[in-house]
Design a protein around this ligand. Sequence first.
Ligand SMILES: *[C@@H]1O[C@H](CO)[C@@H](O)[C@H](O)[C@H]1NC(C)=O
Ligand SMILES: *[C@@H]1O[C@H](CO)[C@@H](O)[C@H](O)[C@H]1NC(C)=O
Ligand SMILES: *[C@@H]1O[C@H](CO)[C@@H](O)[C@H](O)[C@H]1NC(C)=O
Length: 326
Amino acid sequence: MDRLISLMTFVITTGLLISNPACGVSPYKKDAIAIHFALVGPKAIDEDAIINIVSQRTTCELQQISGAYESRYGEKIIHDIRDHLTGEFEELIIALLTKCTDFYAQELYNALNGVKDNEKALFDIFLTQNHIKLKAIQDVYLNNYQKSLKDDLERFTTNNMKKLYIKMLETQRNESTYINYIDAEKDARDLYHAAIPEDGAPNPDKFAEILTSVSYTQLRHIIMKFNDIFDQHIETVIENNFVGDFSCTLIAIVQYARSKEGYIANRLYDSLIAFDNHSLIRLTVIGKNLGLQSVREAIQVRHRIAAEYLANVSKFYFLYTLYNED
Ligand SMILES: *[C@@H]1O[C@H](CO)[C@@H](O)[C@H](O)[C@H]1NC(C)=O
Ligand SMILES: *[C@@H]1O[C@H](CO)[C@@H](O)[C@H](O)[C@H]1NC(C)=O
Ligand SMILES: *[C@@H]1O[C@H](CO)[C@@H](O)[C@H](O)[C@H]1NC(C)=O
């Protein structure tokens, strides 16, 4: 577990700081050789060498290293890692070396087919992947599991959740960074009246429609407008008028719109205190793929006291390291 923690710390604190350059010439072959040596060299497995390489290369570069490894040794790097590493350290290294679409498809498959009971995987992935990436994940899902992601989603969810997830899967969220102030005000009012209608029951469909279609920039503005006009946080209104997973998922969308880094930081934090090590691995991969640079700062700001407290119970050395970096 120490290895896992120090790798995650590395990935979050240094790996994310590396920008995502085009995959040009770079010593992939050298890295492939170093990893091979670390795995099968004459001495014990050199985990530090593996951590150094995996944490300092971008997602794109890791794919090149995998390719270089396979052409040199005639064996998939993931296969050799399975043979030589163990436990959650193995799981994280494999996750980081797997093509993202394959990794996300696998996470969704496990969540929807009860292999790993982790519903959080659904919204972590649906929120952070855009329409094009979700389409690619759907294709990989079909190809790898001979099942349709949409069918599995429909079987797994019911009522409002089903509608919301299908919308998240099929709606092409606007990716413009332009803000339409008039629409924002109208949507803020529509959302308020959908949650607190003058007569009748709250209208979940309106929330699903707006929250899955407008750009995150526009949504951030709608949330601000909502607060300005009604003097209430939209999260509170959602919480008071909708229930269960539906309410939680709407809130997750709102939080992601407020701040991507903050969202990842909160999820990392929740997973840490819940000992949800698998979510930690998923979030580490997502954070690395998104190239988020300020997750560490977000954790510090939000969880300063908690980080200190948790550091005292030592198993949260990971968070402690993030917090004490400077
Ligand atoms: C995307 O959102 C912007 C800002 O709200 C809006 O002006 C534009 O028309 C939207 N694009 C589409 C295709 O709906
Ligand atoms: C996650 O890792 C921690 C720290 O090593 C361990 O104590 C805990 O049992 C693990 N959680 C699960 C669910 O395996
Ligand atoms: C953590 O431990 C230090 C030193 O033992 C102590 O001063 C500090 O108050 C503790 N922090 C929390 C939040 O418990």
